[in-house]
Design a protein around this ligand. Structure first.
Ligand code: TTP
Ligand code: MN
Ligand code: MN
Ligand code: MN
Length: 343
């Protein structure tokens, strides 16, 4: 079953559908990767992420070590995990990978919007194990972001569906058009990759007339606030400096003005087909709205193409695009431009 055509070591040169025939392996890899990342062990982290990404592009399910012949991106560590998984009919290797090392409390704490690794570990060291313990503990000082994270925890930890993403898109587009009728509002992130669910909804906003995007985000935020649907908003101002060359830092944040927000989406605004609505009873909530994480990014028109490429993801695809540009083309790619280092 192994393929005759050579598979590229770069994600950006592989055709990858949403059909993952090797989810058991890639889940194990991603959990292991996350664990290495947590311990700031970049090498094995990238190794497992790269292997997971490559395996996702395979048009067949791996069933033995023979299936790995000629495949790129696999090192001794990743091969050892696959070998164990293949020999193991109970799938206990995979289950043990998934329960590997990471404290349940750290997993719980970092699942809150605004709580990162450092904060989770600090709470754990103080002996805190549950949300209740964190919230009643006298010394805990929560940031605005974490307060919102706890307040809307249930909604934010459930997945965003495509109909919900489309409903949010309509709201953003309508609001932007109040000020800028020719503005472009584009759905990016996982939904642009045709994923059916996401953890947030990402948008790029631009206008064809240079400079017209200035001040737009503030106006949009103001309207959302006046409508009573802005539950949380953290604006990050643009830090783009034209005199600076693109940063070499892998996974560096870009310089666009953006906001990380939580919007209140009325359930009546979500257009679902009848069969999807029939599944609804599992949701016992009687509230008429759902809190949704939304990222809005403002880009000048001349950088829109690069921003769109950068914000479409996946993270591994972006990482490999930049790696490909650097090593195979001697160019530098980021969310703002593509630079030819020879010119
Ligand atoms: P995410 O929204 O984090 O990821 P996603 O949409 O692929 O998946 P999910 O369903 O979990 O939301 O990020 C979207 C893309 O944007 C991702 O490829 C990384 C990129 N990105 C930047 O380029 N700059 C940034 O500052 C951030 C936060 C993300
Ligand atoms: Mn997203
Ligand atoms: Mn994400
Ligand atoms: Mn996002």
């Amino acid at each position: 079953s192994s393929s005759v055509v050579a598979i590229s070591p770069y994600a950006c040169q592989r055709r990858t559908s949403l059909n993952n025939y090797n989810k058991l392996f890639t889940d194990a890899f991603e959990v292991l990767a996350e664990n290495y990342e947590m311990n700031e062990n970049k090498g094995p982290y990238l190794g497992f992420m790269r292997a997971a990404s490559m395996i996702k592009s395979l048009p067949y399910a791996i069933s033995s070590m023979k299936d790995l012949e000629g495949l790129p991106c696999l090192g001794d560590q990743t091969k050892a995990v696959i070998e164990q998984c293949c020999q193991d009919t109970e799938k206990s290797t995979i289950k043990s990978c998934i329960n590997f090392a990471r404290s349940q409390s750290i997993i719980l704490f970092t699942s809150v919007f605004g709580v990162g690794q450092k904060t989770a570990e600090k709470w754990f060291r103080k002996g805190l194990r549950t949300f209740e313990e964190v919230q009643v503990h006298k010394e805990t000082k929560l940031t605005k972001m974490q307060i919102a994270g706890f307040l809307y925890y249930e909604d934010l930890s459930s997945f965003v569906t495509k109909p919900e993403a489309d409903a949010i898109g309509q709201i953003i587009e309508d609001t932007v058009r109040l000020f800028m009728p020719d503005a472009l509002v584009t759905l990016t992130g996982g939904f642009r990759r045709e994923k059916k669910i996401g953890h947030d909804v990402d948008f790029l906003i631009t206008t064809p007339v240079p400079g017209n995007e200035n001040g737009l985000l503030e106006k949009v935020i103001d309207v959302l606030h006046q409508q009573g649907i802005l539950l949380y908003c953290d604006v990050v101002e643009s830090t783009f400096d034209k005199s600076r060359l693109p940063s070499r830092k892998v996974d560096a944040l870009d310089h666009f003005q953006k906001c990380f927000a939580i919007l209140k989406l009325l359930k009546q605004k979500v257009i679902t087909s009848n069969c999807e609505e029939a599944e609804e009873p599992s949701n016992t909530s009687t509230k008429e709205w759902k809190a949704i994480r939304v990222d809005l990014v403002i880009t000048p028109f001349d950088q829109y193409a690069f921003a769109l490429l950068g914000w479409t993801g996946s993270r591994q695809f972006e990482r490999d695009l930049r790696r490909f540009a650097t090593h195979e083309r001697k160019m530098m790619l980021d969310n703002h431009a593509l630079f030819d280092k020879n010119k």
